[in-house]
Design a protein around this ligand. Structure first.
Ligand code: BES
Ligand code: ZN
Ligand code: ZN
Length: 505
């Protein structure tokens, strides 16, 4: 039985951060300004590390102080914020994440955060949004996935608390508004990370559907229905069925629904569709062995949608939101779908299978069709869809494609706000042409080049009249081991699509 993860809480408190007790105090320092009033109060230690050149306070840097720091905390962490006027919400989010990572690494139970002093004036940032970003960062940085570590030592703490401190009562009140939103976002993102990090033996389509039901049961305003393999057959969802037919665990289509209070027939509905291939071996077109274990993360898009639905049920946007999660395991067996098969999708369109490893589009297309049937006028899908996207734009941004400039614009806005970055790529007619088959309406494989674009072009053929956008997150969902203290899923997409839904008009 897996053990419970560390519980994370974030609060705001009025007070003097130097006199409050705690296991660690994190203080923000600018690179282009002399130590600010707070850093000065901490004492000569700050001036010294700056003078020695040991700490330039560049964004992303830090310096740990013990002796000579005039604080009641056990230790003081100086966190670089870079240039004073260039501080953004993302810089603050990352600074809080760094502080929390270091605190948890030192087994601190409590972290006092004073990263934001002087910032709202310098960078004209909204104080409530500062509170939200610091909170999201603290939740993110504190997260560790250790459910299956059974060794007693080294012990980690069971509860971790970050406290944002400010001496001004009015600022505390405004910060608190943002903290409440940040806690929902941050914990929803960590929830998504945990489900993603679980292996394919634990998270399969059936257990994932049970998890979604459990989630919906625990949050009022969220409903969950699941189409099982029998219902998928009745409905002729041929894409999901084909991908799932080689596995010992049958596929599912998970449908989560959020309806705002006072909704009428006119209340618009958006559909968020997430690919949940609980393990992608490639199927009969088997993947090479090296790194195949990482294909447990091929459910990241679907799990992001799960996280988003948990966040929005608490934050309550004005639109209806459907979260659709087609879930299947792509395995090679005597029952698998094959290269050469022709699959009739839920839309009625037929697809010639040229490679069983291009399975994501086969499950997404059915869910995209179903989203229209549910009345979604805007549909956004998110998926670890193509290695080609990673080749094209790397691991810092997800690919963004679609058929509507307005929708693309809204997603870019959400991306700017949340720091989950996107890059717009094409998927128009030229790419659609490449996906036509001579023996079926479409084929599931394009040519050698532009695989992210041809995959999106394939999906575009199932969007009908809906506004549709596609996020290819193959490159951005996971942190490798060794680079950081929390390898595995980063829960990409939860903040992004929650912000998108919250601002949808
Ligand atoms: N799940 C993979 C895409 C992927 C690759 C995600 C690397 C994360 C990291 C997807 O199902 C896949 O196998 N895509 C193939 C498509 C090809 C057969 C057209 C790919 O990218 O090679
Ligand atoms: Zn695949
Ligand atoms: Zn896949």
């Amino acid at each position: 039985m897996a053990k419970a993860l560390m519980k994370i809480a974030v609060k705001v408190q009025k007070g003097d951060c130097l006199t409050l007790a705690g296991d660690m105090l994190a203080v923000g320092v600018f690179s282009d300004a002399p130590a600010g009033s707070l850093a000065k109060k901490i004492g000569a230690a700050v001036g010294k590390v700056k003078k020695l050149g040991d700490f330039e306070a560049k964004a992303g840097s830090h310096c740990l102080l013990y002796a000579g720091a005039k604080s009641n905390a056990q230790r003081v962490l100086l966190v670089g914020l870079g240039e004073r006027t260039k501080v953004t919400l993302d810089v603050l989010r990352k600074a809080a994440a760094l502080a929390a990572t270091k605190a948890v690494g030192l087994k601190a139970k409590s972290l006092l955060l004073s990263l934001h002093t002087d910032i709202s004036a310098a960078a004209k940032l909204d104080v409530s949004q500062i509170g939200q970003s610091l909170t999201e960062g603290a939740c993110f940085g504190a997260y560790r996935y250790d459910e299956y570590l059974t060794e007693k030592s080294p012990k980690r703490v069971a509860n971790f608390k970050a406290v944002i401190v400010d001496s001004d009562a009015a600022i505390v009140t405004t910060l608190r508004k943002g903290v409440l939103v940040g806690v929902v976002m941050g914990l929803a993102q960590n929830y998504a990370r945990t489900i993603c990090n679980r292996p394919g033996s634990v998270v399969d389509p059936v257990s994932l559907a049970a998890e979604a039901k459990k989630l919906a049961k625990g949050i009022s305003g969220l409903r969950c229905t699941v189409l099982d393999d029998k219902q998928l057959k009745q409905k002729k969802m041929g894409g999901i069925l084909a991908v799932g037919q080689g596995s010992a665990t049958p596929p599912r289509l998970i449908v989560l629904q959020y309806v705002p209070v006072g909704a009428t027939k006119k209340t618009p509905a958006i559909g968020l569709v997430g690919k949940a291939v609980t393990f992608d071996s490639g199927g009969i077109s088997l993947k090479p062995g090296a790194g195949m274990g990482d294909m447990k993360f091929d459910k990241s898009g679907g799990i992001a949608v799960l996280g988003v639905m948990s966040a929005i049920a608490q934050l309550k946007p004005k639109c209806r939101v459907y979260g659709l999660i087609p879930a299947a395991e792509n395995m090679p067996s005597g029952a698998s779908y094959r290269p050469g098969d022709i699959v009739t999708t839920y839309s009625g369109k037929t697809v010639e299978i040229q490679n069983t490893d291009a399975e994501g589009r086969m499950i997404l297309c059915d869910a995209i069709t179903y989203a229209q049937e549910l009345g979604c006028k805007s549909i956004v899908d998110i998926a670890t869809l193509t290695g080609a996207c990673v080749v094209a734009i790397g691991q810092k941004r997800a690919g963004l494609m679609g058929n509507d400039d307005k929708l693309i614009g809204w997603l870019k806005d959400a991306s700017d706000k949340t720091g989950e970055r996107l890059w717009h790529l094409p998927c128009d007619d030229e790419f659609v042409e490449e996906m036509k088959s001579k023996i079926a309406d479409l084929k599931n494989l394009g040519g050698k080049w532009g695989g992210a674009c041809t995959a999106a072009a394939f999906l575009s053929q199932f969007a009908g009249k809906a506004k549709w956008a596609h996020i290819d997150m193959a490159g951005v969902g996971v942190w490798g081991a060794g680079e950081n203290d929390a390898p595995g899923s980063i829960g990409f997409g939860v903040r992004l699509l929650t912000a998108f839904a919250m601002n949808y008009k």
